[in-house]
Design a protein around this ligand. Structure first.
Ligand code: NAD
Length: 495
């Protein structure tokens, strides 16, 4: 077996391994074999990372740096990521199974977040308050929170990390990153670029290992001010609970069961492509997956058949190959979870129109693949329509009219994203008003930008990432009162 590539943590600007000397294998989902290893850290390592971040926040060059200088560092980092895009993309593909084509594109776009928030760093302004007390000069300042713990999932490690890092650093915080135990390698590789960009020691630190072992130590640590979490809703609830007990700021980006709604008046060619991109891109392992395809009854059969025909053409294969369209599932437990949901759907009486199993091609045998799978005759009461599968499994649900579509769309514990396919502007705007979700796409799907806020309604989360206001999630307001009058009046009376 080839030698495993070793990745190291960065703590206080230095390379750091686990204090117990343990290592954790990182698996390649296409070969089903380990390809790298990362430190298997424990609570002591988590404490050391928080101490380093806290030290960098309270003293040293970062604490004294101007916002303009911080912004320059962020923009330089963005340039370095663009330079190393291919290298980082290859690491992510080996570790995660995402397509090289998608990763190369993602890594060319990720620098935009660092450029944008780098530009925003010195535009964080307070204000002067014209209070009703003329003897007072009163102003506000926007200040960083302190140490931010960024906890990320396995499905899009670098992109989802970027959504946290760029605003948090622009605001002047310091960071401890806890990547997913399944896909830590790209995050650790990124650390070298922080050093090269000139970030002072301790501003960005990493600690790798299992959430169950070190997650709570990070979330409840007295020196941590904020937890920025992306992951499943059950873990998110546990993180929220622990953070509440210790009074931390929190943002949560959680799961989804997003409705992608096709009306009979839509351009059906486009809508079919939108349905495919909603569920089979990234093998359905995206929080925004349009996993419930709602189709108006009059075009239900036609759309179902055309979506199935299109999905049949999808090329499964090595994610490193340019021609591959559907890669493996990132982790073995997740592959088994997806297959389990397929059994559940069959048991509930949904009709399997495509896939429903592992592919038979011998060249895919070692990888953790699931065939693109489509169920028809799904009712919104079935578990397959209610629970997040996080894999290439589409449920097609018929609806009668606008009101019915809205009822089904909103009948979910989640509210992350949604799609509407229609040629009527009235209907597009009405649906956008009525759908309870953080994102509504009309005649498109899966568009994100550094400029546009992203986040969930209901159990899909708390707070927003990207866009101008994302920086507010990493700031707090101080109010300063300066007495301009001579003397202090009656000390027993509120002024
Ligand atoms: P997960 O909840 O299992 O793990 C997420 C992270 O939390 C990992 O780093 C894990 O180690 C850590 N963790 C686990 N237990 C912890 C604990 N007790 N305390 C602190 N941290 C802990 O999620 P996952 O399986 O890695 O990712 C898939 C999930 O992420 C899906 O539900 C998906 O919808 C969601 N997701 C949401 C978004 C979004 O932006 N809304 C984006 C991508 C993924």
């Amino acid at each position: 077996m080839a030698e495993l590539v070793r990745f190291h943590n960065t703590v206080g600007g230095r390379e750091s391994d686990s204090s117990t000397g343990r290592w954790l294998a990182s698996m390649n989902p296409f070969t089903g074999e380990p390809w790298a290893e990362v430190p298997h850290c424990g609570v002591d390592d988590a404490d050391a990372a928080v101490d380093a971040a806290h030290g960098a926040f309270v003293k040293g060059p970062w604490a004294d740096m101007t916002a303009t200088a911080r912004g320059k560092l962020l923009r330089r980092l963005g340039d370095l990521i663009a330079r190393d895009a291919d290298k980082l993309a290859a690491i992510e593909v080996s570790d995660n199974g995402k397509l090289l084509a998608e990763m190369a594109g993602q890594l060319r776009y990720i620098p935009e977040w660092f450029h944008y928030f780098g530009g925003l760093a010195d535009k964080i302004e307070g204000g002067v308050i014209p209070t009703d007390k003329p003897e007072m000069f009163t102003y506000t300042k926007r200040e960083p929170l302190g140490v931010v713990v960024a906890i990320t999932p396995w499905n899009s490690p670098l992109l989802l990390l970027t959504w946290k890092l760029a605003p948090a650093l622009a605001a002047g915080n310091t960071i401890v990153i806890k990547p997913s135990e399944f896909t830590s390698c790209s995050t650790l590789a990124l650390m070298a670029l922080f050093k090269e960009a000139g970030f002072p020691e301790g501003v960005v630190n990493t600690v790798t290992g299992f959430g169950g072992e070190i997650g709570n130590a990070l979330v409840s640590h007295p020196k941590v001010a904020k937890v920025a979490f992306t992951g499943g809703d059950a873990t998110g609830a546990a993180v929220y609970q622990s953070a509440a007990k210790h009074i931390k700021h929190v943002t949560l980006e959680l799961g989804g069961k997003s409705p992608n709604i096709i009306f009979a008046d839509a351009n059906i060619d486009d809508a079919v492509k939108g349905a495919i991109s909603g569920i089979f891109a990234a093998s359905g392992q995206t929080c925004i997956a349009g996993s419930r395809l709602l189709v108006q009854r009059s075009v239900y059969e036609e759309v179902s058949q055309r979506v199935v025909a299109f999905a049949k053409t999808a090329r499964l294969g090595d994610p490193m190959e340019k021609t591959t369209q559907v890669g493996p599932i990132t982790t073995l437990p997740q592959r088994d979870k997806v297959l389990g949901y397929i059994d559940v759907a069959r048991g509930e009486g949904a009709r399997c129109l495509l896939g429903g199993k592992r592919p038979e091609a011998p060249e895919l045998a070692k990888g953790w693949f699931v065939e693109p799978t489509i169920f028809g005759d799904v009712s919104n009461e079935m578990r397959i329509a209610r629970e997040e599968v996080f894999g290439p499994v589409l449920s097609i649900i018929p609806f009668e009219d606008e009101q019915h579509a809205i009822e089904i769309a909103n009948d979910s514990i989640y509210g992350l994203a949604s799609g509407v396919w229609t040629s009527s502007i009235r209907r597009a705007i009405t649906m956008a008003d009525k759908i309870r979700a953080g994102t509504v796409w009309v005649n498109t799907y899966r568009a994100v930008s550094f400029l546009a806020p992203f986040g969930g309604y209901k159990k899909s989360g708390v707070g927003r990432e990207s866009g101008q206001h994302a920086i507010d999630e990493y700031l707090q307001t101080k109010c300063v009162w300066i007495n301009l009058a001579e003397g202090v009046p009656d000390p027993f009376v509120l002024r």
